[in-house]
Write a new protein. Sequence first.
Length: 77
Amino acid sequence: MEEKEEIRREAERVLKELSEALGEISLEETYYVVEEINVTRGDAEPELRPEFREAALKIAPRKDEEGNYIAEVGSWV
C-alpha cells in the first residue's frame, strides 16, 4: 500500500513540474500566408551529371559487372 502512495506522490510531483514548465510556454498560434498553393520548380532542360550516377552506385545494394543496378521485383506484384 505504501508503494502505491509513493507512486501517486511521484506522479503528482511530475505533473506539477510539467505544469510549471508548460506555464512558461507561449501558446500563440502563427499562420503563414502562401500566395501559391502548389509551389513547383520551373521546367528546364534535363542535365546529365556523371557525379550523380557515381554517388548513386556507391549506395546501390547490388550491381552487375557493367555498373547497372540489380533490382528485385516487389513480391506484392
